[in-house]
Write a protein that binds this ligand. Sequence first.
Ligand code: CP
Length: 317
Amino acid sequence: MKTIRHFLKETDFSLSELETIFERCHELKSNRGKSQSPLPLAGQSWGMLFFKNSTRTRISFDVGLGELGAHRLFLDLNSMQISRGESIADTARVVSRYLHGMVIRAYEHEILEEFAREGSMPIVNALTDFLHPCQIYADAFSIAEKLTPSVPSLEDVRGRKLVFIGDCDSNMANSWILGGCMMGMEVVLCGPDHFQPGQRIRDLVNASDLQGSFRFTTDPGEACSNADVIYTDVWVSMGDEGEAQLRKDMLQPYQVTRAMMSLAKPTALFMHCLPAHKGEEVESEVLEMPNSIIFDQAENRLHMQKAILATLVELNR
Ligand code: CP
């Protein structure tokens, strides 16, 4: 029986497959809306199951699947039998009989792994508490595009210093550790000791054969010095609301400010996966600086996810 390829984590594609995905993303972006655009998912039906709220991911997948020719169904969690206790395993086995693939956002990464293990269709990670791989691929493409707009490639991100500031024990930090190391970047995590990268991501990186490196520091000045990219994310994610004030107090020294940006290279990009809490993890003015590429990142989710889906379907044929 053929092994089904999924996209649950950054390293589920090889580096050479990721190079092709970058090329495809650039092509899809350049040719969007043209009548001869390819429809590699024509005749397929894809489900979208979201256990958590979403604006960017939900809309960009819905639009992207449609533009690739797929019929798509937004599966309302509250009206699925999962909400009444039907197991993930049985759900995966049943819906695999109807669908050609699923895009899933969940709290526990294990839910996606169970869908992938029990079902017989490709699963795409639309964010879990552990990783957000579609975001990292789109963000890396956005960095490459700013550096070499004509033909963005993986070569453009290799060796770049990316500083992630804030909660370094979060899905976005984990994804930068894994994705950045895969792409040969220098990833610096900066935050309070309490929010250091966890053992699970360290084990995953150690078990993978990756080109880049990552390190953790509590010193924002040292971290930001000579950076190519400064990245942050919200301090209180969905599910963390119970400790909101504690998090804000501990993370306050790690707010991205204009002063912090001035320590980086003059060309340094500011990035945020959005939504942002203005004035909390980042000064409002930083979001509006000319080098802030937050809306390009958001747009590239669409093009990159189309490239990921087209590649996944091709590899599973
Ligand atoms: N960045 C991101 O995943 O946004 P949404 O939560 O709106 O999908």
